[in-house]
Design a binder for this molecule. Structure first.
Ligand SMILES: Nc1ncnc2c1ncn2[C@@H]1O[C@H](COP(=O)(O)OP(=O)(O)OP(=O)(O)O)[C@@H](O)[C@H]1O
Ligand SMILES: O=C(O)C1=C[C@@H](O)[C@@H](O)[C@H](O)C1
Length: 297
């Protein structure tokens, strides 16, 4: 039986991070190896946000006309209703299949993913958090430091493989998940969506929250914006078209221009979630219907 499939049947008692499991992964092992997720590991874990019945992750308020520093988090009731209506259309098309959000660090995969999960009645998972739990370490940064990037990537692939056998999930993938073809093989079982955000906006967001949790961007010194921008540019170059493998590209520049904004920072996470749903309906469905029919024969 596939590891992921067996999960739902296992008791919650054998939680993630149990001492036994951790020692099996670490204790005395000379060679680091990837571990498998079980559903029982996920249910109720902090990495999982049960969408149904959860508190709204983004406040829905009347749109402000101007001023304030946080108006970009507010959306109108109309937007909320539109989000709900579009999510119903997508739900029908998805038929339980998962959504995978890909994009560079800071592109909003978690923020937008939680909104999508909430409106779709899906569960939200952050694959970075699941790797931390699988490995039994508190942060990706520490996994990179104690083990290596390759060890992290092996576990990331293993997490994505396990998630791909489940249904009704929105997954915020790690920024580098796109570099391994095997991850695409698994993500292509659902709808993959690339949040394409200009590097300047990414660097601004990351500089604001700091780089400590993002080992590939962490720098001991220098101006945080400049350092983040230069590292992100390098990664974007290395990754080339890897993100473009996604079924759907959601470009913040395009949304901003459609909505008449001169800057992507004016977009709310709800604007972006709405675009994901709209494009998910239009772009993905005909292709996937063909894909699923042709591979299920
Ligand atoms: N539309 C938005 N406008 C402004 N800030 C945003 C927006 N979306 C996300 N952010 C902020 O950007 C930062 C990164 O967002 P988030 O954690 O959702 O990205 P991510 O793609 O999941 O990142 P990572 O892959 O590095 O974990 C957070 O501080 C978040 O609050
Ligand atoms: O872009 C990347 O390579 C990464 C992104 C983060 O989400 C983490 O997965 C990790 O820090 C690596």
């Amino acid at each position: 039986m596939e590891a992921g499939v067996g999960l739902a049947l296992q008791s919650r008692a054998t939680g993630f991070g149990s001492g036994r499991r951790r020692s099996a992964m670490y204790g005395g092992e000379s060679r680091a190896r990837a571990v498998s997720l079980r559903v029982s590991d996920l249910v109720g874990s902090p990495a999982a946000v049960r969408a149904r019945g959860a508190k709204p992750v983004v406040p829905l308020r009347a749109k402000k006309s101007s001023g304030g520093g946080h108006e970009n988090l507010h959306n109108s009731v109309d937007d909320a209703l539109l989000l709900k209506r579009k999510s119903e259309e997508v739900l029908f098309q998805l038929n339980g299949r998962c959504i995978y959000l890909v994009g560079m660090m800071g592109s909003g995969k978690s923020t937008v993913g939680k909104i999508l999960a909430e409106v779709l009645g899906y569960s939200f998972f952050d694959s970075d958090k699941l790797v931390e739990q699988a490995v039994g370490m508190p942060s990706v940064a520490q996994i990179f430091k104690v083990h290596s990037e390759a060890f992290f990537r092996d576990n990331e692939s293993s997490v994505l493989r396990d998630l791909s056998s489940m249904r009704r999930l929105v997954v915020a993938t790690g920024g580098g998940a796109v570099i391994r073809p095997v991850n695409w093989k698994n993500m292509k079982k659902g709808l993959s969506v690339w949040l394409d955000v200009p590097l300047e906006a990414l660097a601004r967001r990351i500089a604001k929250v700091g780089t400590a949790s993002r080992p590939l961007l962490d720098q001991p010194s220098g101006d945080p914006y400049t350092m983040a921008f230069s590292k992100l540019s390098m990664l974007a170059e290395q990754r080339g078209d890897a993100y473009a493998n996604a079924d759907v590209r959601v470009s913040l520049e395009e949304i901003a221009s459609k909505l008449g904004h001169d800057d992507v920072s004016k977009l709310t996470p709800i604007d972006i979630a709405l675009e994901v749903l709209k494009r998910g309906i239009v772009v993905w469905v005909p292709h996937k219907i063909f894909y699923f029919h042709s591979t299920s024969a």
